[in-house]
Write a protein that binds this ligand. Structure first.
Ligand code: NAD
Length: 365
């Protein structure tokens, strides 16, 4: 399974498209461009066996178009497994818009993007991701019903991030129980990398439980704000990955567990919100296992957001959203125990359960 960008040397001539990057049996990849608004987007539909593909739209100033394509391929695949392991009748999809949201995001661009989503006729539902706000989803809703994460005043389930944070918190507690014998975060030293929509709420929950939280972000303004709000320390060192702590919570972007960081890690637990934390899930998952670091699979513990937006399609309410999200605790513990019992990585254990569900559904239809 290919999960990293391959070097030009490795690209096989006989498979110039589907054999490259992170293509992994993706059903459909749609390139969208509109000169007037400056829109350049890619929609990745990975798998629709369990239901329509659902996944957020990420707007990011990618260095190259290859990076954007690779990201959407990896993210959409992750959504398939996230929905499957969470027991939702959804497939996996994701979209990326290329560009700095602060510079090029306009209502016109979002509407144009929404029209492209609409052309897929409900095969793909979009939602919020990095670089997006609930108000952007409201704009998309003007041109297509195939969008979730719209504001409560417009009949949606609202911002999914606090629910995502709650699920990550549940997964973190389960991993802490597995590693330390108790799920109490009180006194645990937690490094939260990225204090955006999800990270900040995770900081709040951890502090409320008495954890000793340290925060890191590329935005000095955010650091000062969150530090003042919750009385947490700002990480001022040279290398966050080498810091001594109990728990590392990656809540910024993916692939932070990679060849350059893995040897330095001193934490006992990794549990965070970022998607695709392992740069290469086979290599880095196995290395974490070897180092005795308990890794709570990202696509399992950050599913609160998708549970929240799924409520808009299925029409269930807040109580059910929170109950399903709380269930992440039990699922995480089950998976960590299964991985230990069968001597596989926690990522493999989670993937195999998700895959079993997809295969079973495929046989039914
Ligand atoms: P966000 O954009 O609100 O926050 C990201 C934060 O990370 C920002 O404060 C940013 O300044 C910071 N950041 C970026 N690069 C960094 C770096 N190199 N080092 C430290 N900080 C850095 O995003 P979010 O909604 O909080 O999501 C965070 C992560 O969780 C993303 O990977 C996202 O895909 C994932 N996720 C989010 C949700 C959700 O409901 N929002 C659901 C599932 C997964």
């Amino acid at each position: 399974m290919i999960t990293e960008v391959l070097t030009a040397k490795q690209l096989k001539k006989e498979a110039p498209v589907f054999g490259q990057l992170s293509f992994d049996n993706h059903e459909q990849v749609v390139f969208c461009q509109d000169k007037d608004t400056g829109l350049k987007a890619i929609i990745g539909v990975h798998n629709t066996i369990l239901g329509p593909a659902l996944g957020g739209t990420r707007m990011y100033d990618y260095k190259t178009e290859w990076d954007a394509l690779n990201d959407v391929l990896r993210l959409s695949r992750g959504m398939t497994y996230k929905a499957a392991i969470t027991g939702l009748n959804l497939g996996g999809g994701k979209a990326v818009i290329i560009g700095d949201p602060k510079k090029i995001k306009t209502p016109e661009l979002m509407r144009r993007f929404g029209k492209f989503v609409h052309t897929l006729g409900g095969k793909y539902y979009t939602a919020e991701d990095v670089g997006m706000e609930t108000s952007d989803m409201d704009t998309v809703r003007e041109v297509t019903p195939y969008v979730t994460g719209i504001s409560e005043s417009n009949g949606g389930a609202g911002n999914p991030s606090p629910v995502t944070a709650y699920g990550v918190y549940m997964g973190m507690k389960a991993a802490t129980k597995f590693a330390y014998g108790s799920d109490l975060l009180s006194g645990k030293r937690i490094l939260v990398q990225g204090i955006g929509h999800v990270g900040e709420e995770l900081v709040r929950l951890a502090v409320e439980e008495g954890a000793n939280v340290m925060i890191s972000d590329i935005s000095q303004e955010r650091l000062e704000e969150v530090s003042a709000n919750y009385g947490v320390k700002i990480y001022r060192g040279e290398d966050l990955y080498a810091e001594t702590a109990d728990i590392y919570a990656p809540c910024a972007l993916g692939a932070t567990i990679n060849d350059h960081t893995i040897d330095k890690l001193k934490v006992k637990v990794i549990a965070g919100a970022a998607n695709n934390q392992l740069a290469n899930e086979n290599i880095h998952g196995a290395l974490l296992q070897k180092k005795g670091i308990v890794y709570a699979p990202d696509f399992l513990i950050n599913a609160g957001g998708i549970i929240n937006v799924y409520a808009e399609i299925e029409g269930y309410g807040r109580d059910q959203i929170m109950a399903k999200t709380e269930n992440i605790y039990d699922t995480t513990l089950d998976i960590l125990n299964k991985a230990k019992a069968t001597n596989i990585t926690t990522n493999e254990a989670a993937l195999s359960i998700a895959e079993d569900r997809i295969v079973a559904r495929k046989k039914e239809v």
